[in-house]
Design a protein around this ligand. Structure first.
Ligand SMILES: [Zn+2]
Ligand SMILES: [Zn+2]
Length: 193
């Protein structure tokens, strides 16, 4: 989403859908290989002017899918992101306004795609145009589930026959026998007379 400060006025509320391709693109750019977009997402933004700065209060829902890292079953999760970002006017040194016609310098200051976690809640902008994709992608990556399990108690697959043990036991002997017990097993107990 791109909005201009003029468009915002005092307060502006705006919603849009985020295409599945865009979500996939963000995940791939960040090197995420397990989670995939499971369709498009939604993004609702409320921009509030605070002097020269703009406060963004946002909510986004992002459907994700992956497969369980233990049993490989498909998992679907819908991420619900709530966040606030303050867009602050970039310091003057980054905006060489006096150098007229210096297109190169403008381009350098205009690329604000950063994944620096320390600045997640504050984002520099040029005082005119706000672009929300960067902060939204950042939030998505922050909230990405660390583990991909269908459930905390997932029993995984049998290492012998590959059966999904959540659906029942297969009867395979999976644990290697402790050698001390193996020794006991070899002792023949002869019934006493
Ligand atoms: Zn599982
Ligand atoms: Zn088995």
């Amino acid at each position: 989403m791109i909005v201009t400060v003029d468009e915002i006025g005092d307060v502006l509320e705006k919603s849009e859908t985020i295409g599945k391709d865009t979500l996939e693109h963000w995940l791939q750019d960040a090197g995420v290989t397990d989670w995939r977009a499971d369709g498009g997402g939604t993004f609702s933004a409320r921009f509030t002017r605070a002097g020269k700065n703009v406060v963004l209060t946002a909510n986004a829902t992002i459907p994700l899918s992956t497969c369980c890292s233990r049993c490989l079953k498909d998992i679907r999760r819908e991420l619900n992101l709530d966040f606030t970002t303050i867009f602050t006017v970039a310091p003057a040194r980054e905006l060489p306004a006096q150098q007229e016609g210096s297109k190169k310098m403008q381009d350098e200051s205009g690329t604000g795609a950063s994944f620096d976690l320390d600045s997640a809640d504050e984002e520099a902008f040029d005082g005119r145009t706000i672009e929300t994709d960067g902060v939204l992608a950042e939030q998505l990556l922050l909230e990405l589930p660390m583990s991909a399990l269908c459930g905390e108690d997932c029993r995984g697959l049998c290492s012998v026959c590959g059966k999904n043990l959540n659906e029942g036991d297969c009867g395979c002997e999976r644990k290697p026998m402790d050698p001390r017990w193996a020794a006991l097993k070899s002792i023949k107990i002869t019934p006493g007379k």
